[in-house]
Design a protein around this ligand. Structure first.
Ligand SMILES: C[S@@+](CC[C@H](N)C(=O)[O-])C[C@H]1O[C@@H](n2cnc3c(N)ncnc32)[C@H](O)[C@@H]1O
Length: 231
């Protein structure tokens, strides 16, 4: 059941890529939210974030948009300890789940912002700063009338490209062929970006197979990775 509590347009005028749902949250996730937000989460503010201060060091920073339950975020952050990972997610249970993972694993290079990633990228990330952006299995919004809610659209990709430093990358993955085609067209149409491959990319070793991907593969879907670089 869709228990949407807001209209698709945010108060800033853009169409949201998510709807707020009343979703199940486990007691462990709830406790993690209450106890660990002050330590690992950064509140949204319409002001540029000092990344060195946020992570307590100067290191390449990867923005991950829509980390879901955070399995992939944790695995990649552990495998790449010299990089900072700024995870953005709106969903309470997901934020609680990643906070719990941080606490239990001892991984120290992840920070979380619980807010619409469109506004985070626009307001909190300075131009030419990110070493990379990860967008894995964004909501496919399969119905045609909902396509306007898809995250990968020209204005948002132009914004992200402006936040990536020259030589940095954007890596997207999806198990929806029609969305993969849209991603290829939108990323390919952004003048600041160039494809690192001829079309789709092989899954890089650093990206583990996610829960959504496993489910997609089980349903017989393909999986498409795209890796573009900032010129
Ligand atoms: C289909 S899930 C994929 C989760 C995860 N990346 C994975 O591969 O398992 C997409 C996630 O993106 C989040 N999301 C959608 N739009 C968002 C936005 N504008 N800002 C932040 N998170 C968003 C949703 O809440 C959801 O958890």
């Amino acid at each position: 059941m869709n228990t949407s509590t807001e209209t698709p347009e945010s108060k800033f005028g853009h169409i949201r890529s998510f709807v707020h749902r009343r979703s199940h949250i486990t007691p462990g996730q709830k406790t993690a939210l209450d106890r660990l937000m002050p330590q690992w989460a950064i509140p949204y503010r319409p002001a540029v974030l000092d990344l060195d201060k946020a992570f307590g060091r100067n290191a390449p920073t990867i923005l991950e948009i829509g980390f879901g339950m955070g399995e992939t975020t944790q695995k990649i952050a552990e495998a790449r300890p010299d990089d900072n990972f700024l995870g953005v997610e709106v969903f309470n249970a997901g934020v609680g789940a990643l906070l719990k993972r941080i606490d239990e694993s001892g991984v120290r290079n992840i920070r979380i912002i619980q807010h619409d990633a469109v506004e985070v990228a626009r307001d909190m990330i300075a131009p030419d700063t990110l070493a990379g952006v990860h967008i894995y299995f964004p909501d496919p919004w399969p119905k045609k009338r909902h396509h306007k809610r898809r995250l990968i659209q020209p204005p948002f990709i132009a914004l992200l490209a402006s936040r990536i430093r020259p030589g940095g990358y954007i890596h997207c993955a999806t198990d929806w062929e029609n969305y993969a085609e849209q991603m290829l067209a939108v990323l390919g149409g952004e003048p600041l970006l160039e494809n690192t491959c001829d079309g789709y990319a092989p899954r890089p070793d650093f990206r583990p197979q996610t829960k959504f991907e496993t489910r997609g593969l089980r349903l017989g879907h393909g999986v498409w990775d795209l890796i573009f670089k900032r010129k």
